[in-house]
Design a protein around this ligand. Structure first.
Ligand SMILES: Cc1ncc(COP(=O)(O)O)c(C=O)c1O
Length: 434
């Protein structure tokens, strides 16, 4: 096999020649089930000719146009977003080229919002202990992900943080009935201790992505959080880079609860992996407040690139036409049922969790007291490697401190054969690695 100077750090090289449906095909013809949809990105499946055609047209007809100007692809994407995806109150759209830039832009919007209202003391972003928001210095600083801060901590700004709900490991007891209230109260106490008047926004993932492994909070948590943010004048930014655009069986993850954010952040599934794209969707209140002070969020040169918007418009329409959000909910329910059946009595799987087609298992050394395997066991990586040898790609999760987590996020088009294959291979791989 040809050796290529890729990636940055030497490691095992996997050569993918093409992909179709839910499968990646290596250059020697092996088929790998893409049970993680790449980095939990691919929603409509690989190889959609109509998406490729639209990207080709955009590239041919207008290649690059500065982000604030309108192209047919930007108009098409904006129309489909407003008509089919975004709630009426979140239709101010700012596009970037990925999730990190989108979170960075959302943070800047929140800071500018308060500044525009003459409340310039609100300069801090409150985030959560177990989270991931991106690779820029600010999004790294506000992420609760120790492994991704290695070698950077001295240069990262300190950021106020509060515990992420973790029902399995709630200090009151595993899945204690007061878990939601417990974590909501911690939020309020943290805001008061840090000084509410210094906090611009609370930034969080509605369902924790790969850092925690598809952790779903109790049902009373998010309504209480919304109430607390409102009480203290703090904007709520929901990072739906992983959970957005149907991944959890609703258009956006927050829609499992009766709340709405002030700023919603998307990426990954927005263009289904066909092009790099992130999106920030703000309320009219946020947008109009920035306008009134002559403020705007600076664009990234490649933000909302015409070809990326063309891909997104088509991917979002495919999901509407093929009812893929409902399919994510239905196939997700089947996946969770099969995973639960497979691992219910497994001595080393503490729980199966997630919603829709975002799922994870947490592996422990001792299920009775939830002790983790030592980091030296490198268990997550060994499970993922074993599965890959058997032809299924899973996504390793966790933060180093929080481990060992294997995440799943397949295309919404998967069938029962693929669900069965995922569960069989995952069980064999966990057993083999342990
Ligand atoms: C919840 C969440 N936010 C932000 C990001 C960063 O997005 P990107 O890698 O596109 O910059 C990710 C990426 O995994 C994510 O899962």
């Amino acid at each position: 096999m040809q050796t290529v100077n890729w990636p940055f750090s030497p490691g095992r090289q996997i050569h993918i020649a093409r992909a179709e449906g839910a499968y990646l095909i290596t250059d020697d013809g092996r088929r790998i089930l893409d049970a993680a949809g790449g980095a939990i990105v691919v929603n409509v499946g690989h190889g959609r000719q109509r998406v490729a055609d639209k990207v080709m047209e955009a590239t041919r007809d207008y290649s690059y146009v500065v982000p604030p100007w309108i192209t047919p692809s930007r108009a098409a994407m904006s129309a489909v977003l407003c008509e089919h995806w975004l709630p009426a109150n979140l239709q101010r759209i700012h596009c970037t080229s990925g999730g990190s830039e989108a979170n960075e832009s959302a943070i800047k919007m929140a800071l500018q919002f308060h500044s525009a209202r003459g409340d310039a003391g609100r300069t801090r972003i409150l985030s959560r202990s177990l989270s991931y928001h991106g690779t820029t210095m600010k999004t790294t600083a506000v992420s609760g992900h120790q492994a991704r801060k290695k070698g950077l901590t001295g240069a990262l700004e300190g950021a106020p943080s509060v515990a992420t709900p973790y029902p399995l490991r709630c200090p009151l007891g595993s899945h204690h009935p007061d878990t939601g209230e417990y974590y909501a109260r911690l939020l309020e106490e943290t805001i008061l201790a840090e000084g509410a008047e210094t906090i611009a926004a609370f930034l969080a993932e509605p369902i924790t992505g790969s850092s925690g492994g598809a952790i779903v909070p109790p049902d009373d948590y998010w309504p209480r959080v919304r109430e607390i943010c409102d009480r203290y004048g703090i904007l709520l930014i929901l990072d739906e880079v992983m959970t957005g655009f149907g991944r959890t069986g609703t258009p956006f993850g927050y829609q499992h609860w009766p709340i709405e954010p002030d700023i919603l952040v998307g990426g990954k599934g927005l263009a289904g992996g066909y092009a790099p794209l992130g999106g920030v969707f703000a309320t009219e209140n946020v947008g109009a407040t920035l306008d009134s002070a002559g403020m705007s969020v600076m664009f990234h040169t490649f933000g909302g690139h015409p070809a990326a918007c063309a891909a997104a418009a088509e991917v979002l329409m495919i999901m509407v036409e093929e009812n893929l959000v409902e399919r994510s909910a239905d196939q997700g329910a089947k996946l969770h049922a099969r995973l639960n059946e497979t691992f219910r009595d497994h001595p080393h799987v503490a729980e199966v969790r997630g919603r829709g087609l975002l799922a994870a298992i947490e592996i422990v050394e001792d299920r009775s007291d939830l002790t983790c395997f030592s980091p030296d066991a490198d268990l997550t990586n060994r499970v993922v490697a074993a599965a890959l040898r058997k032809g299924v790609f899973f996504y390793g999760g966790g933060t180093g401190d929080v481990r060992d987590i294997v995440c799943m996020g397949p295309p919404f088009t998967i069938g029962e054969t693929e669900i069965d294959l995922m569960c069989e291979v995952l069980l064999e791989s966990v057993n083999e690695a342990i």
